[in-house]
Design a binder for this molecule. Sequence first.
Ligand SMILES: [Cu+2]
Length: 307
Amino acid sequence: MVRLTRSITRSAAVRAGAVAVLGLAGMAVLAAAGWAAEPQPWQLGMQPSATPVHERLNAMHDELLVVISLITVFVLGLLLYVMVRFHHTRNPVPTRTSHNALIEFLWTVIPVLILVVIAIPSFKLIYYMDRVPNADMTIKVTGNQWFWSYEYPDQDGLKFDSNLIEEKNLKPGDIRLLSVDNPLVVPAGATVRVLVTGVAEGVIHSWYVPSFGVQEYAIPGRLNESWFLVEKPGTYYGECNQICGVNHSRMPIAVKAVAKQDFGKWLAEAKKKFATATPPANPAVVAAAAGDRAAPAGADATPPGNR
Ligand SMILES: [Cu+2]
């Protein structure tokens, strides 16, 4: 019986070793292949960072992984020790100890200290993500059912819709369920403020680009703010990650970061391509129309911040 147990343990150990070696080999292959800023089959870990925010998120994640691993190993060690040392065969008469001031003090204070150590970098990062440093440009993102619209308020209100490319229309290099007809284009190296909202008749969406570390809810009637600075030119993909209805999986996000001079060229072309037949709405006319609708009188006097 003892021999049987021992041989089972040995074969289990061999199996565990083989799994570990395979896992490490898989990670090495993935690392060697390099990750694009889109999800990869069998990918482990996060997408490579495209922005300073994501670099910090990644670092924070790695730090927490160390903390959580140490805690897990420590607790597992304690459990195993207790199971072996105080097994009824070794310890037939259990102690009746019920209080130990020193241990109770330690197991209260040490977790508090660990939480403080985690909270300090966490708050620093939250404030770093929240504050939009002097933005070079602003982009307004609107969630529709089920596609995104992008607007460049600094560029004469340049505005266009971004729709999924259907599977039958995919060209070589396109990615199924991620490529779109009109990606959002931004200059690499520029700080971009993103304002995210949803159409009034719509539902809540979420503008999420994993490699940017940006996830912002698109809520009808609210304007949420975030920012990103894409360091290298390239195409970065994301998806709506707020379950929003039947076509939730069909409203991907593609952001193309281009060199500054190429961005100027793209802007000129885009302004022609997306020029609308009707001129931009005259603000005075829009205000008057809003006033007509505002009955009972005074309903429109709500300060914008309270809406
Ligand atoms: Cu959505």
